[in-house]
Design a protein around this ligand. Structure first.
Ligand code: NAD
Ligand code: DAU
Length: 377
């Protein structure tokens, strides 16, 4: 039995991890810390907090005194560190918060955990899992082999550079102080509770609202899509069974370019409207409500600066050492995700009705439309 600190537990992957952890290891005690930035949402955790099956602390990982007090109170022997600024476009718009949280916040957390585990003689039975990204490895050409754990670090965005810095800090704590830490570098997640700023939910919600679907550049950029449920299963496996000091890559085995991802989302929504006549009344601005194709909303806009062309993960180390091989078929995963957003309209309306609008204006208002196109299947 462990007491687990999950940082960033009110974010997209964090919320999914809390639920997955409770299912996988029901006797562990979970404490979530989250600063409740724009990206956080407590809706799915509220019942667990109310029935006291998890504890929630609103707080900043940069607050060393708070973090130490939490370690002294709960004597955590597991830390799953997910708190971060996570959106690449925001890191281009305003990088400072990324350095503060992703680099300095990670340092504060590492130091507090190390100090506590040393003083309480808990180093041997404790584990610190640092959740990082494939973006630290930079960009691949279409024919390059996928990233392995030995790929060189070549971050291209301020976000990726901040995550790379945090990975280096974790590694240095392992080598220098014997910190019992492990690092995971995963590919693009998708699934329930993802903030609508990210590609997949943004496209689903824009299509339902009849708004343009803004694909950056020519849409040929490739990502390796990992369903968040498979990611969370792998994270628990790594923290419990992985080797201290090691890095494990986690991928989805679903490489797709952005044109294909958006096309698949459009077709999935079109079919959902045919199957459920009630959707047309709920989303009258969606082209599918009047029998048109959602692909008619696709619009190619100015590219993201420094846009990495391709990410792909070689997950053989995870599979061979830990037997982790959870695979979610991409069409099936997108189908379930589209239906999740259809079924959780109040959840995303709460987000899109607020400050989110200001971000959309800032990020997309300045981009010129290169081409609006009805992308064919
Ligand atoms: P997210 O943006 O949805 O959630 C991040 C959470 O961290 C939010 O709830 C936010 O309030 C919290 N947070 C931010 N700053 C904080 C601070 N100073 N103190 C405490 N909490 C703070 O991100 P996500 O998509 O859930 O990603 C989780 C982690 O996984 C991040 O470290 C990210 O870099 C990594 N990751 C994400 C993906 C992906 O596709 N989403 C892929 C690879 C790696
Ligand atoms: O690879 C892992 C990373 O995946 C994580 O570390 C990041 O936290 C996460 O945000 C994600 O980064 P990406 O930049 O790949 O994700 P995003 O959803 O922002 O974009 C996915 C692709 O879609 C990317 O090629 C950019 C493109 N895109 C994105 C948006 C928001 C568009 O074409 N149009 C858009 O409006």
């Amino acid at each position: 039995m462990h007491t687990v600190l999950i940082t960033g537990g009110a974010g997209f992957i964090g919320q999914n991890l809390v639920h997955a952890w409770r299912d996988a290891r029901p006797s562990d005690r979970l404490v979530v810390i989250d600063a409740m930035t724009y990206a956080a949402n407590l809706r799915s955790l509220e019942p667990l907090i109310a029935e006291r099956s998890i504890a929630f602390v609103r707080g900043d990982i940069n607050d060393a005194a708070l973090i130490r007090a939490l370690f002294d109170e709960h004597r955590f022997t597991r830390v799953a560190h997910l708190a971060a600024e996570s959106h690449v476009d925001r890191s281009i718009d305003d990088p400072e918060a990324f350095l503060q949280t992703n680099v300095l916040g990670t340092f504060t957390l590492l130091k507090s955990a190390l100090d506590h585990w040393r003083e309480a003689a808990l180093l041997d039975r404790s584990r610190f899992l640092h959740v990082s990204t494939d973006e630290v490895y930079g960009s691949l050409g279409l024919d390059d082999p996928a990233f392995t754990e030995a790929s060189p670090y070549r971050p291209n965005s301020p976000y990726a550079a901040s995550k790379a810095s945090s990975d280096h800090l974790v590694r240095s704590f392992v080598a220098t102080y014997g910190m019992p830490a492990l690092i995971t570098n995963c590919s693009n997640n998708y699934g329930p509770y993802q903030h609508p700023e990210k590609l997949i939910p943004l496209m689903i919600i824009h299509a339902l609202e009849g708004k343009p679907l803004p694909i950056y550049g020519d849409g040929s950029n490739v990502r390796d899509w990992l369903h968040v449920s498979a990611h969370c299963e792998a994270l628990i496996n790594v923290i419990e069974r992985g080797r201290v000091g090691e890095t494990y890559n986690i991928g989805g085995g679903n490489e797709r370019n952005n044109r294909d991802v958006v096309g698949l989302i459009c077709d999935t929504i079109d079919r959902a409207f045919v199957a459920d006549s009630g959707l047309s009344a709920r989303f009258p601005a969606c082209p599918a409500a009047s029998g048109k194709a959602c692909r008619s909303l696709i619009s190619f806009v100015t590219d993201r600066p420094g846009h990495d062309h391709r990410y792909a993960i070689d997950a053989r180390k995870l599979e061979s050492e830990l037997g982790s091989r959870s695979h979610v078929d991409f069409s099936d995963g997108i189908g379930r995700t589209v239906h999740w957003y259809l079924d959780h309209e109040p959840w995303w309306r709460d987000i899109t009705s607020g400050a989110y609008e200001a971000w959309i204006d800032r990020n997309y208002g300045a981009r010129s439309v290169i081409q609006a196109k009805n992308l064919r299947a």
